[in-house]
Ligand binder design. Structure first.
Ligand code: AMP
Length: 260
């Protein structure tokens, strides 16, 4: 009797293992299929995986100027809300000034609205600064599958040593003019006057480019980067890499163009 019981229990356990294996296999295959289909589409959404100051904004700007991309920079969008002193802007400022991430639901709803508004455009798209968490990545993939099946999705990791970007962030100066938002570095000899070369506005240092806030932003970034990479891997999405260390924006653009 005991043996029969053991046999039945073993059978049940084996069936459960088999069933969960099938579910895993189906899920992995289903995701691969979706991603494969996504990559066959003409329209593509790119996202950059890069620490703050890692060059994603500069590359995105080059891609607008030279390759006719459309870019949504979540950071720029949020700074516009802040500059316009809207209620959302005040809410966003609370997080951004401390170097913390804005809550996922708020970011996701703003990005979703933007993506749906430009979905009929034929231009390739860069999401600069989104997704930044695994929750955002999963929501984006869900949105692409349900509402934007005509878009493929590619993740490009921009690699630079942390010391190099820390220095770049500390020396970064930006034009506060909403229409301009040009970015400079104090090491550029042509900005000795501290004025924007495009619109002559006095340049400023971003509140979150102060050393203590930069450290917080790095901590937040590296914690989330691991989770983001896991999320992409579990969805069967490849992460492509461009080494951007010590390269000029034009060389980085060339490296990006080479993999398009
Ligand atoms: P950035 O200009 O990309 O460095 O972003 C500046 C700040 O905006 C970040 O430090 C966050 O506070 C906020 N932010 C931008 N994008 C996101 C996002 N996808 N999720 C949460 N917070 C974000």
């Amino acid at each position: 009797m005991n043996l029969v019981k053991k046999f039945i229990i073993n059978k049940i356990i084996l069936s459960l293992i088999f069933l969960s294996g099938c579910t895993f296999f189906n899920k992995t295959n289903k995701n691969k299929e979706v991603i494969k289909n996504m990559s066959e589409h003409k329209k593509t959404i790119f996202t950059f995986l890069s620490a703050p100051g890692g060059g994603k904004g500069t590359l995105a700007q080059k891609a607008i100027d030279k390759l006719n991309f459309i870019v949504l920079s979540t950071g720029d969008l949020f700074r516009q809300y802040i500059a316009n002193s809207t209620n959302i802007g005040l809410e966003l400022k609370k997080y951004m000034d401390k170097g913390e991430l804005v809550p996922d639901e708020l970011v996701i709803s703003m990005v979703k609205e933007w993506l749906l508004s430009i979905k009929d455009s034929d231009k390739p798209i860069i999401l600069d600064g989104f997704p930044r968490t695994s929750v955002q990545a999963k929501k984006l993939i869900e949105l692409l599958q349900k509402n934007l099946p005509e878009f493929g999705f590619r993740v490009i990791k921009l690699e630079t040593p942390q010391e190099e970007i820390t220095e770049r962030l500390i020396n970064r100066r930006v034009c506060p003019n909403k229409e301009c938002q040009a970015v400079y570095n104090t090491s550029m000899p042509e900005i000795t006057e501290g004025k924007c070369l495009k619109c002559d506005t006095q340049l400023i240092q971003r509140a979150d480019d102060k050393p203590e806030i930069i450290k917080e932003r790095f901590d937040v970034y590296y914690k989330n980067e691991k989770e983001l990479i896991n999320a992409y891997e579990s969805e069967g999405i490849d992460i492509e890499t461009i080494n951007v260390s010590k390269k000029t924006p034009n060389t980085i653009l060339q490296n990006f163009t080479d993999i398009l």
